[in-house]
Design a protein around this ligand. Structure first.
Ligand code: SER
Length: 321
């Protein structure tokens, strides 16, 4: 077996995917890469500095580490993408093109690429959104991710490259902070609650969005990775989600455990991004084709987040205005 390369490995998803890949395939078979040096706690892995907008660096790593498949996580999320749409285009779309081309040249066996609820837009139905629906996003993140879904699917049908992906909802986790998305408030709220600080939420209190706890998301990603290809009726755009909630629902759930916790609401530019995304998602195709399911509901997720953040004693709060 060749090795598994993870791009954008030190972000929110990578930090939890890497230990799972290690558990399943062994430390020596996981190669981690990002544009920044590897954090000290990941020093047991072989690593490479890969800027995905430079195709040569991907090819070089594939050769050096005998890479056989890639988890391509490098991306600029929705809110950061609106601060610099040109950069988001470079990383998200040209970077993905480079990964696909490298996959083709080097005959890789599989390429996994996360997509997102950000592919949806104002014309998408608000509730129980199916996989095949209107995808006319209003963010550069969404535009590049729809294009990625279609491009990945093209590489499968045109060249036989096994490209797989699913649309992550907002992801909640305690190991690493999310990197500039519209659903980041859901993680930040926990950090402020644990630090006994008041939180100022950048979305309105009634903004309902699809969400999921990270262990379920990682499990789903690996299930799709290992799924029998003959069972897949889609390739790059499976919907998944576990539950939907509003900032107020999350505030209430945290207050049940930390009664002094207080939140105020000051929506900013991220509100219009959130308003263009649906409230609930239909994940029945993922369940039918590769057995997607989830373990954590809102209450279990909140319990687990609070327990683990208290244990870690590593709370990240910014100076809010
Ligand atoms: N969490 C992502 C974002 O907010 C959505 O996929 O950008």
């Amino acid at each position: 077996m060749g090795t598994i390369l993870v791009t954008g490995a030190y972000g929110q998803v990578g930090r939890e995917l890497i230990p799972e890949l290690e558990r399943k395939y062994g430390t020596e078979n996981v190669i981690i890469s990002d544009v920044i040096p590897a954090p000290p706690d990941l020093s047991r892995f072989r690593s490479s500095r890969i800027d995905v907008s430079n195709g040569e660096s991907i090819i070089h790593a594939i050769d050096e580490f005998h890479v056989d498949s890639i988890f391509h996580l490098a991306a600029i999320l929705s809110a950061n993408g609106e601060k610099n749409p040109q950069k988001a285009f470079q990383i998200n779309l040209l970077g993905t093109y480079n990964v696909l081309e490298a996959g083709l040249k080097k005959k890789l066996s599989k390429i996994m690429i996360p997509s997102t609820i950000g592919v949806f837009g104002k014309e998408t139905p608000r509730r129980d959104v199916p996989v095949d629906t209107v995808t006319k996003p209003r963010t550069m993140y969404g535009v590049t991710k729809v294009a990625t879904e279609i491009l990945g699917s093209y590489y499968f049908y045109r060249f036989g490259l096994d490209v797989r992906g699913l649309r992550f909802p907002g992801l909640i986790s305690y190991s690493a902070m999310p990197g500039g998305g519209t659903t980041d408030y859901s993680v930040e709220m926990f950090h402020y609650a644990i630090a006994d600080k008041k939180y100022t939420c950048f979305l309105r209190e009634d903004t309902m969005l699809p969400m999921m706890y990270m262990p379920d998301a990682i499990n789903a990603f690996l299930q799709l990775y290992e799924a029998d290809i003959s069972k897949l009726t889609h390739h790059t755009d499976y919907n998944i989600s576990a539950f939907s909630f509003t900032p107020k629902d999350l505030e209430n759930a945290i207050q049940k455990r930390i009664p002094e916790f207080a939140v105020e609401y000051a929506p900013d530019f991220r509100q219009s991004i959130a308003d263009s995304w649906p409230e609930t998602i239909d994940h029945s195709e993922a369940s039918k084709d590769w057995g997607f399911s989830f373990k954590y509901d809102l209450e279990k997720m909140v319990d687990d987040m609070i327990t683990n953040l208290r244990k870690l004693k590593r709370v990240e709060i910014k100076n809010q205005a």
